[in-house]
Write a protein that binds this ligand. Structure first.
Ligand code: 2PG
Ligand code: MG
Length: 415
């Protein structure tokens, strides 16, 4: 067991060049743990606020005033750290401390404890396993809040290498499809400059339908069968499309708007046409009943809540009661601390909801989420596709292989 002896905080920059928080936790005077908080562009309304008064500087000042309270805590125990965070900031969503401090502090602590115990982080967080590799959920073509004008309204067209028998093969398959997507885009968008969005996905000037057709073709051109070797998925990020006043989904780049019922028909049709194995936030963040309709109509597809659930146990309880989700995004910084996120993961396993551990569009070069995905029994790990901050997580999976503790790939059948 490692005891926290020193803490340091600083402001660094994320992959978008925006300020974020990094914390160092030292245990027993010598073991360094370090973590930096990510941040989203399509943010759920009920997510933790990243910084008090939207100020990273204010977050650092508040942490520095209070950090002595964390000295002496057992760093191996996310709950012990959580209890002290709650004494410092009893608000439900860390509005005084800031979600970024809660994230960085809780992950740096277990990082340090793992170093002290000479254990990989996933094993510190889950002593007994079983441990399996999550399937990498790759973002190959994108638009929405992650890319500029002219790109699709749909935020992410995703691929999942379901036919891969090991993690190396899985990563290679995603990269191969991503390369093929670029080759095909050149035929659709003659002015394409190989531009990419926040997560490394290609960001061409094409319609939603073309984006899906391009990805389907790319899977074939890469030598894979759709739905057998590689499956497709979509993150609609529907809350970014939802116009509350008009009560419509505003596909402004395409130039039309859909009512709630039309959106559900559209999603159902896309699931059929492209054999989608995964749809994320297909309806806006308050539409639990729309999610229930999609979940019951599509037992072979992970109907997944991101902005809908915001990694929050109370939202999960509503969803489970209504059978609204077969998949749940787990983003530690939506919940705040690692302990909050681990409680959410326990709830998902209890309710039979598949866990998809996820990065944010604004990321650091940390790789902790690779370990968190294995410790929580996640079926998938969502990390964008390319760029140093995305590859950092995927390469960590390859290092984890060397421990010889992982028993193959996750079970992917949805229900
Ligand atoms: C999402 C994420 C990551 P953001 O919507 O799932 O892809 O985006 O971090 O911008 O919320
Ligand atoms: Mg999402």
């Amino acid at each position: 067991m490692a005891t926290v002896t020193d803490l340091y905080s600083r402001i660094i920059f994320n992959s978008r060049g925006s300020e974020t928080i990094e914390i160092d936790v030292i245990t027993d005077g010598k073991h360094l743990g370090r973590a930096a908080s990510p941040s989203g562009a399509s943010v759920g309304t009920l997510e933790c606020q990243s910084f008090p008064m939207n100020s990273p500087q204010r977050a650092i000042e508040f942490f520095e005033e209070n950090k002595s309270k964390f000295v002496g805590v057992t760093a191996d125990d996310p709950e012990a750290l959580y209890s002290i965070m709650k004494e410092v900031d009893p608000s439900p969503s860390y509005s005084k401390l800031g979600g970024s401090i809660a994230y960085a502090l809780s992950i740096a602590s277990v990082d340090s404890a793992a170093n002290a115990a000479h254990l990989p982080l996933f094993k510190l967080l889950n002593k007994n396993g079983p441990y399996r590799f999550p399937f990498p959920l790759g973002n190959v073509l994108g638009g929405g809040a992650h890319a500029g004008p002219g790109t699709p309204d749909i935020q992410e067209v995703l691929v999942l290498p379901i036919g891969a028998s090991n993690i190396v093969e899985a990563l290679k398959m995603n990269f191969k499809v991503h390369r093929e997507v670029r080759n095909i885009i050149e035929k659709y968008d003659t002015k394409f400059t190989y531009g990419r969005g926040d997560e490394g996905a290609w960001a061409p000037s094409v319609t939603n339908d073309e984006a899906l057709q391009i990805t389907e073709k790319a899977i074939g051109n890469a030598g894979f069968d759709l739905g057998r070797n590689v499956a497709m998925g979509i993150d609609f990020a529907s809350s970014s499309l939802w116009n509350d006043k008009a009560e419509k989904y505003d596909y402004s780049r395409k130039g039309n708007a859909l009512s709630s019922g039309e959106q559900i028909d559209y999603v159902n049709n896309l699931i059929k046409s492209y054999k989608l194995l995964y749809v994320e936030d297909p309806v806006n963040e308050e539409d639990f009943s729309g999610m229930s309709l999609l979940t019951s109509a599509n037992p072979g597809c992970f109907v997944t809540g991101d902005d809908l659930l915001v990694t929050n146990v109370s939202r999960l309880a509503i969803a489970s009661k209504l059978n609204a989700c077969s998949g749940a995004i787990l983003k530690v910084n939506q919940a705040g601390s690692l302990y909050d996120a681990l409680l959410f993961a326990n709830g998902c396993r209890r309710d039979g909801v598949g866990i998809i551990t996820s990065h944010r569009s604004g990321e650091s070069t940390d790789s902790h989420i690779a370990h968190i995905s294995i410790a929580t029994g996640s079926k998938m790990l969502k990390t964008g596709i390319l760029g140093g901050e995305r590859i950092a997580k995927l390469n960590e999976l390859l290092r984890i292989r060397e421990y010889g503790l992982i028993e193959g790939m996750a079970e992917i059948c949805s229900t």
